[in-house]
Design a protein around this ligand. Structure first.
Ligand code: GLU
Length: 447
């Protein structure tokens, strides 16, 4: 899609000011492509240079993270926290620990987070952080030493009213526990609201673990419902086998669908009977093993080493692994095989080419910044509980998540309609997320 003329130079400037950060450029371009009609309706946004300001993070911190492995060897990683936008509330967004992490990845994620968090309707700004540390294959003690060293730098810039990190790829309950323990020790404060995704015994929220996968499934159910359809009897393919994928599997099965393929970075498992949730949970959450081992327990399942999950025919595709995992060709294969809906559980998992293929084919497409907003929304519910020194039950919290996802869907759908692209939820999510942040930024003056 071509960029509207009035944002072309903004985009060129972003490329020049942020060299080599391809994922960040991609995320910015997708938002800018949608904003032409917004500037026509709200010329004051252009005058106040809101777009230029939104593309520039408010603050970026990069730090050294030295730690010792179990053999006593010194290891050095790099830590990041990009505090992108605080117009709507304290900075909020996860930490990603993965060897591919560099500034461009954190900035793309932080940028997406601004609009996603706005769409939740809750008072949270946008941020992201992480490290090129790889938790895979590390012992619990190594992960603890790394997290403690990471927090020795991070604690200065976070706080319940300042910046509230959580998990993302490579950061789950174990890592959040170690990070929280070190923050508590460094500050001598039990400041529960400083991190979300905490364990239930020390201030965590019910449903936070399940939230991204459940939320994404609720979102896709809304898209299907609008067409008089639903998950009942549908065949789904869920890429990845981490937190988002596991709870997407659980919710799809609860809604009467069947997940027939899952994956990890090594290969794909196909189980035409539908995946066994308990086995996947045990393998991935408890034993930290590869998805391939699923086939040792369920003999009917097949493992395809190095396979492409998007070759597996399905009605609904739920990309829940990582960025740019669905290429234009993968999208064409999915369309050819009869896929009618896509829900992005991961952040930016579909390439720009792939998005165009889905939209042109009339596939119902739920972009990540809307469809996967349930995770951070439930983080904001965790903050509410912490602030009120309260703890809600599972059903109550799940009902709130469900309602939030319905609202996010409606908000995107209405914005798409209002700005001349009915049914295009990419346009709806970008515009819907942007306008609220822009209004707040204008209200705050030139800051
Ligand atoms: N990492 C998640 C996301 O991409 C959740 C962030 C959070 O809970 O703060 O939205």
């Amino acid at each position: 899609m071509a960029l509207p003329e009035r944002v072309q130079s903004i985009y060129q400037d972003v490329i020049k000011r942020n060299p080599g950060e391809a994922e960040f450029h991609q995320a910015v371009k997708e938002v800018l492509e949608c904003l032409g009609p917004v500037l026509v309706k709200y010329p004051e946004f252009a005058e106040a240079k809101v777009i230029e300001r939104i593309c520039e993070p408010e603050r970026q911190t990069i730090f050294r993270v030295p730690w010792q492995d179990d053999r006593g060897q010194v290891q050095i990683n790099r830590g990041f926290r990009v505090q992108f936008n605080s117009a709507l509330g304290p900075y909020k967004g996860g930490l990603r620990f993965h060897p591919s992490v560099y500034l461009g990845i954190i900035k793309f994620l932080g940028f997406e987070q601004i609009f996603k968090n706005s769409l939740t309707g809750l008072p949270i700004g946008g941020a992201k952080g992480g490290s090129d540390f790889d938790p895979k294959g590390k012992s619990d003690n190594e992960v603890m030493r790394f997290c403690q060293s990471f927090m020795i730098e991070l604690w200065r810039i976070i706080g319940e009213h300042t910046d509230v990190p959580a998990g993302d790829i490579g950061v789950g309950a174990r890592e959040i526990g170690f990070l929280f323990g070190q923050y508590k020790r460094l500050t001598s404060k039990f400041e529960a609201g400083v991190l979300t995704g905490k364990g239930l015994v020390y201030g965590g929220s019910q449903v936070r673990t399940e939230a991204t996968g459940y939320g994404c499934t609720y979102f896709v159910e809304e898209m299907l419902k609008a067409k008089g359809n639903g998950f009942m009897g549908k065949k789904a393919v869920v890429s990845g086998s981490g937190n988002v994928a596991i709870y997407t599997l659980e919710k799809i099965h609860q809604l009467g669908g069947k997940v027939v393929a899952m994956s990890d970075s090594h290969g794909v498992v196909v189980d035409e009977d539908g995946f066994n949730l308990e086995t996947v949970k045990q393998l991935k959450e408890v034993d930290r093993r590869r998805i391939k081992d699923y086939c040792d327990i369920h003999k009917q399942a097949k493992y395809i080493d190095g396979g492409n999950i998007w070759d597996v025919p399905c009605d609904v595709a739920m990309p829940s692994a990582t960025q740019n995992e669905i290429s234009g060709n993968d999208a064409r294969t999915l369309v050819k095989n009869g896929c009618i809906a896509v829900g992005e559980g991961a952040n930016m998992p579909t390439t720009p080419d792939g998005v165009q293929v889905f939209l042109a084919a009339g596939v119902l497409f739920g972009p990540g910044k809307a469809a996967n907003a349930g995770g951070v929304a439930t983080s904001a519910l965790e903050m509410q509980q912490n602030a009120g020194r309260d703890a809600w039950g599972f059903e109550e919290t799940d009902a709130k998540l469900h309602q939030i996802m319905k609202n996010v869907y409606q908000h995107c759908s209405d914005a798409a309609e209002e700005f001349g692209s009915p049914g295009n939820l990419v346009v709806g999510a970008n515009i819907g997320g942007f306008i609220k942040v822009a209004r707040a930024m204008i209200a705050h003056g030139l800051v």
